[in-house]
Design a protein around this ligand. Structure first.
Ligand code: ATP
Ligand code: MG
Length: 336
């Protein structure tokens, strides 16, 4: 059985944009494939400590997993949830692969160049994390790794490392699918992009300071409804869907379609040409607050203990698989 591997960054509270653009698509992908793939969902906590830590990592890890469960992630015997730092083989293989990857390769990584640019000093983790990523992937013979475009270069690096290693030692690693095949497998037409409610030219981001710009998953539903009601639209006479010229109202139509699970074309057909913007806002506000009510209800039903139990099972599995792969690698190098 092939493996789909996905890392879920443990984060602060997420926005509606993160939910619709990242969480739900991942949950759907997993639910769709968990009968014929291993689905490895891991929290890359060793990657988290590359940037400043503020003492909230533990809390964020548990909450992030709860979010996936509340968003409808089905758990069956093929779905494994684990924390990277609870599977020591990740760090161990990372070191070994550091002796396979080259400085030249890592120096070429755009992410590293961007993150280190202009800084007097940056930690080695920022330079080396693509190798840890390669270890995350290769330990489990993962074929598909749903990631954004900004990470494609790292997938290609992982493939290069795996091929170089296999060439020397025999077929120990499964080489992940090339990025174009990954994209085809995920079958995403257009990535979802929810706009900022106050400045709809920009995307909604959790780090935006203005509270009215973003809906947070822990917003009280009535408060979220108010934010929708006060969203920036335009001063045209009627509702039209066009992100270029009318990003605000288009964003609301788009949110309505996603939140109420209705085809966008249907939502547009219903509202196009209508002059009462307030009616549309009321409908979207209603849909969003209903969505939050049911999401928050499901969230409240999941206890920390439920999450810890899932992690215990997942980490048992992950350690078993990862240690077996690590032993093959150690043996190849003569370390065992
Ligand atoms: P930050 O402001 O800290 O960058 P963010 O809201 O942009 O936070 P990220 O942590 O950068 O969130 O991204 C988490 C995931 O959410 C990514 O997969 C990203 O593509 C997705 N995402 C972020 N913002 C949106 C949005 N407005 N619409 C759809 N998806 C989004
Ligand atoms: Mg971002």
């Amino acid at each position: 059985m092939k493996t789909i591997l996905t890392g879920i960054r443990s984060n602060s509270v997420l926005t509606l944009g993160n939910y619709l653009g990242a969480l739900l698509p991942m949950v759907r992908l997993s639910n769709e494939h968990s009968n014929n793939f291993n689905i490895n969902i891991f929290v890359p906590d060793l990657h988290s400590i590359i940037s400043d830590v503020d003492g909230s990592l533990q809390e964020n890890i548990i909450r992030t997993i709860k979010y996936y469960l509340a968003a409808g992630l089905d758990i069956n015997e093929n779905v494994h949830i684990y924390r990277q730092s609870h599977v020591p083989a990740h760090s161990e293989l990372c070191w070994i692969l550091n002796c396979v990857a080259t400085m030249g390769e890592l120096n070429r990584m755009t992410q590293y160049k961007e993150k280190s640019e202009g800084k007097a000093s940056c930690n080695v983790g920022i330079f080396d994390y693509p190798v840890l990523m390669a270890a995350d992937i290769l330990l489990y013979d993962a074929t598909y790794i749903p990631l954004g475009e900004d990470q494609f270069q790292h997938i290609e690096l992982t493939r290069d490392i795996a091929e170089r290693f296999n060439h020397k030692f025999g077929d120990i690693f499964t080489v992940p699918a090339p990025t174009r095949e990954q994209v085809a497998f995920m079958e995403v037409d257009e990535p979802i992009r929810i706009r900022d409610l106050q400045n709809p030219e920009k995307k909604m981001s959790k780090s935006t300071a203005a509270e009215n710009s973003k809906i947070m998953l822990d917003d009280e539903p009535f408060k979220a409804a108010k934010k929708i009601m006060s969203a920036t639209t335009d001063s045209f006479e009627d509702i039209q869907f066009d992100f270029e010229t009318r990003p605000g109202i288009s964003n609301l139509l788009y949110i309505e379609a996603l939140v109420s699970n209705t085809p966008l074309s249907e939502v547009i057909a219903k509202w196009q040409g209508v002059s009462r913007y307030g009616d549309l806002k009321k409908e979207v506000a209603n849909s969003v607050s209903e969505m939050l009510v049911s999401f928050q209800k499901r969230l409240a039903e999941i206890s920390d203990e439920d999450v810890l139990k899932l992690l215990e099972d997942g980490e048992k599995y992950a350690n078993h698989v990862a240690n077996a792969k690590l032993l093959e690698v150690q043996t190849a190098f003569g370390l065992r």
